[in-house]
Design a binder for this molecule. Structure first.
Ligand code: G1P
Length: 294
């Protein structure tokens, strides 16, 4: 089984959940402490050995391209001031992997965005990371998924167990067996089911390792939930028929945040800041005080 080294990150979404902040700025550039959300995601991909990264972009996403490009003027100014620490921070973002871009051409759904990467991924397996999902900085989820992919040859999705009342926000799996060592075989998927119709409480989160065969399924995929071409529907076909190698899930039990949700975004900010030497102690002391006086 060929080892995947390419990652696809769809970033063409409009970010309506964060309006008005995202009226003129891509939602992926919102900062968690002092780094844009998207940088955490790119760092996660690079950490797991996915050095070739394709952003599937849309209109008004230039800030993203600038962020991952060199900024010689800013670097020389910081250098002239002797601020080498900040120069290195600026440089870090432009040294992360090899970043490529393709335009999605309309926001027609996640499946459509992933299929827009077909020339880039060609006949190789590849990872997909969704920008809204941020995992803890020490997470090795993608490497574990790559290991399961190498062992099974199947498409691999990341799963979390969620309370029943939250399953309607996610793709949900119908398992075909029990979980063994964090891996679960999948018979079917439903995108954003009603609570009473959900076949399990395992929700798909935004990390996937896909076989190239998924593109043939996506190429003929009819629009599904929300009138969009859903990646979940293509995975359902693979799971039901065994096409493109079938699908298995890897259950993730680490810290994870949906940075596209306001409350989760606030929690992620506090969590990440609390772990920092320069901010954590003061922030925690202030929080204790704040809660005690509410
Ligand atoms: C997408 C997928 C969904 C998955 C979710 C994870 O939905 O379609 O299956 O559970 O990402 O974040 P979205 O959140 O883009 O609506």
């Amino acid at each position: 089984m060929r080892k995947p080294t390419k990652a696809v990150i769809p970033v063409a979404g409009l970010g309506t959940r964060f309006l008005p902040a995202t009226k003129a700025m891509p939602k992926e550039m919102l900062p968690l402490v002092d780094k844009p959300v998207i940088q955490y995601v790119v760092e996660e991909a690079v950490r797991a050995g996915f050095e070739d990264i394709l952003f599937v972009t849309g209109r008004d996403k230039y800030a993203l391209e600038n962020h991952f490009d060199q900024s010689s003027e800013l670097e020389s100014r910081l250098e002239a001031k002797g601020d080498l620490a900040r120069r290195d921070l600026v440089r870090e973002a432009s040294n992360l992997g090899n970043i490529h871009y393709v335009r999605q051409g309309g926001a027609k759904g996640l499946g459509h965005a992933v299929h827009a990467a077909h020339s880039f991924t060609s006949d190789e397996p590849f990872a997909v990371l969704l920008g809204d999902d941020v995992t803890e900085e020490t997470s090795d989820l993608l490497s574990v998924m790559a290991g399961v992919h190498a062992r099974t040859g199947s498409n691999v999705v990341a799963l979390v167990e969620v309370p029943r009342e939250e399953i309607h926000k996610y793709g949900c799996i119908n398992p075909s067996g029990t979980e063994v060592d964090g891996v679960i075989p999948i018979a079917d998927f439903v995108e954003k089911p009603k609570t009473e119709e959900a076949p399990s409480n395992y929700a798909v989160i935004g990390r996937y390792i896909l076989n190239p065969g998924i593109h043939s399924i996506l190429a003929n995929q009819a629009p599904g939930a929300g009138g969009e071409i859903q990646l979940t529907d293509a995975l359902a076909t693979a799971a039901r028929t065994g096409a493109a190698g079938g699908v298995v899930g890897v259950v993730f039990r680490g810290e994870r945040y949906d940075a596209g949700d306001k409350l989760e975004f606030l929690k992620a900010t506090v969590l990440l800041a609390s772990k920092r030497d320069d901010l954590g102690p003061d922030l925690l002391a202030w929080l204790k005080d704040f809660i005690a006086t509410r």
